[in-house]
Design a protein around this ligand. Structure first.
Ligand SMILES: Cc1cc2nc3c(=O)[nH]c(=O)nc-3n(C[C@H](O)[C@H](O)[C@H](O)COP(=O)(O)OP(=O)(O)OC[C@H]3O[C@@H](n4cnc5c(N)ncnc54)[C@H](O)[C@@H]3O)c2cc1C
Length: 555
């Protein structure tokens, strides 16, 4: 029996390896030159565009390596079917062609010449790149994706497959039926989701068992996030981001007493968390946070009074605690060293605005900012006025004074990793709904899924998603080994996966034609939800220059 892949019998996983090796040779040259150009990263700001190109190219190279290695592992277990091998090859070709183009564009700034490009990509390798990224292969992959409705079940070990299956069941049965309603009415996440997710242990995936969690490793956390986000980015997948960030910060820098006091309640879902770093005038430049925390004794208790505005604090209304970054050293010159992290308890409010008053006169006023997507948790502008926080809520105790920036950054690294999972879950949803739609929709007497260009676009969506998934899973495994050294890889996973989610939700929307713009079809929600992904947890240019660029160039 013939299959759509018969014409590609000569292509193998070794070809994907060959492409990645060529890409890495070119990247090595580009990185070497970029280090020289920027004085080992010290002068990145004098070469931002070149740094951005090289950092992104390196991210694509890393994703291609992750993709080929994961499929090789699956193949070694005898579990890789032909379509997975060819999807891997096409995914690598997409990434490698893109990275080659980026280095090409930066050639003269890097002080390289055509022959450097040719040395890494001689004519036979260029021919292989064309074959592996050919429209014929992408069309065949697209045809198969449409036939299997875009479903993905990448082979994993038995435990991880069970986790994926059980979260998928929960997400499909309990979350998906409500996702549209929550989005369109900008409702708050239903309490039933929170209660059930708490019972199922989803908030404690990074909390050690000793503190009441179900620590299963970062890949289990990513799979959970992915499946929840496939049902709803805002009303499920993103619910576990905030507990993840505070958990990592507490594990890294909290006192034993704080870990015992907070982690079990976070793990059970008893406490919902908001993360409050951003301010109206302070975004990417976190070291300049201005919100102040000053020592005070209120009602006989030692602690801090917090004053200042905060912005974009997601879930601040419903949250029971805010992990809030504030300036404890009033000298602005103290920069990052003057910041400390506080756990700020508050009452939980269901609406789009709230006022929380303390008996001593302190208050927090919050108002949600309307957004086109990412609805369900609501992101608040806050004003804190003499809001009292007891001294024991300073993360790390007295030793944590001035360490807030570093703890927050550790938390953000975890948040970025988790956001990679959110992006691939959303991208997966877009692929599936698009495959379903193009099969049913007929124009000019044929299903639109039978047209060459539709199949090509869907094949490319799947190939891009495979690369994004591979780098995110690789980052999760690296995080299990060593969180600190894996932080740049987590940023790369976030960077690529979020861009892929934006691109493929839009591809899916166009394939829905006018109905892609109708609220009635979930693809319109996926598009607006995806657009926030490259903004939060480190806006794209900052990740490229200050996280990935610095890590690669050594600045
Ligand atoms: C829906 C939503 C939810 C959010 N949730 C939270 C939350 O729960 N908690 C929280 O604390 N924050 C949250 N944020 C805030 C988010 O993290 C910030 O928006 C983000 O970090 C960027 O900061 P900014 O918006 O101030 O942009 P800015 O820092 O002002 O950056 C804007 C643009 O300026 C450019 N830029 C800035 N600096 C440089 C530079 N050095 N070099 C080159 N270009 C530069 C970049 O192009 C960047 O894209 C949320 C945001 C949104 C939209």
């Amino acid at each position: 029996m013939s299959t759509p892949f018969d014409d590609f019998a000569s292509l193998s996983l070794d070809d994907a390896r060959t492409l990645v090796n060529g890409a890495e040779a070119l990247l090595e040259r580009a990185l070497e030159r970029a280090r020289a150009l920027t004085g080992n990263g010290k002068a990145i700001d004098d070469h931002q565009v070149t740094t951005e190109r090289v950092a992104y190219a390196a991210t694509e190279g890393r994703a291609a390596r992750a993709l080929v290695e994961r499929t090789a592992r699956i193949a070694a277990e005898g579990r890789a079917d032909r379509s997975l091998e060819l999807l891997t090859l096409a995914g690598c070709a997409e990434l490698v062609a893109s990275l080659r183009g980026r280095v090409d564009q930066a050639l003269s700034e890097l002080g390289l010449v055509e022959s450097d490009l040719d040395a890494a990509f001689p004519a036979p390798l260029r021919a292989l790149l064309r074959r592996a990224g050919s429209e014929a292969l992408l069309r065949a992959l697209g045809q198969q994706q449409i036939e299997r409705r875009g479903r993905s079940d990448l082979p994993l070990d038995e435990t991880l497959e069970q986790i994926r299956e059980s979260v998928r069941e929960f997400a499909e049965q309990e979350v998906a039926p409500h996702a549209e309603h929550i989005h369109r009415r900008d409702d708050l996440v239903p309490e039933a989701f929170i209660r059930k997710m708490g019972e199922l242990g989803y908030f404690g995936l990074s909390v050690p068992e000793a503190y009441g969690g179900h620590e299963m490793g970062n890949l289990a956390m990513i799979l959970t996030t992915e499946e929840l986000s496939r049902a709803s980015l805002a009303a499920a997948g993103s619910l576990i981001t905030r507990p993840e960030i505070l958990t990592k910060a507490l594990l890294q820098g909290g006192t034993d007493e704080q870990k015992r006091a907070w982690l079990p309640r976070i793990a059970s879902g008893e406490l919902m968390v908001g993360i409050s770093v951003t301010e109206p005038d302070v975004g990417s430049d976190v070291a300049s946070v201005k919100c102040r925390a000053e020592r005070a004794t209120v009602g006989g208790r030692e602690g801090f009074l917090i004053n200042g505005p905060k912005s974009w604090c997601t879930f601040a209304g419903r949250a029971d605690v805010l992990a809030l970054l504030a300036r404890t050293d009033p000298d602005p010159a103290s920069g990052a060293r003057g910041l400390s992290l506080f756990i700020v308890p508050k009452d939980s409010f269901p609406g789009h605005d709230f006022e929380m008053k303390q008996p001593g006169g302190g208050r927090i006023v919050g108002k949600a900012d309307a957004t086109p997507g990412y609805r369900g948790m609501h992101s608040f502008t806050l004003s804190l006025e003499s809001y009292f926080v007891p001294a024991e809520n300073l993360v790390g105790g007295e030793a944590g004074l001035g360490k807030g920036f570093y703890l927050q950054m550790g938390g953000f690294a975890a948040g970025r990793l988790q956001t990679g999972g959110r992006a691939i879950g959303l991208g997966q949803a877009a692929l599936e709904k698009t495959c379903e739609y193009v099969e049913g929709r007929k124009q000019f007497g044929r299903p639109i899924g039978s047209y060459q260009l539709t199949r090509f676009v869907i094949g490319r969506m799947a190939a891009r998603l495979a690369g994004a998934r591979a780098i995110t899973y690789a980052a999760a495994e690296a995080f299990d080994e060593d969180e600190r050294s894996a932080a740049p890889l987590a940023a790369q996973a976030k960077l690529l996966a979020c861009d892929v989610a934006v691109a493929i939700t839009q591809d899916g929307q166009v394939l829905h034609g006018g109905w892609g713009y109708a609220e009635e079809y979930p693809i319109s929600r996926y598009v607006v939800d995806a657009q926030v992904l490259p903004i939060f947890e480190g806006v794209r240019p900052i990740l490229e220059l200050k996280v990935v660029g610095r890590a690669l160039l050594g600045g």
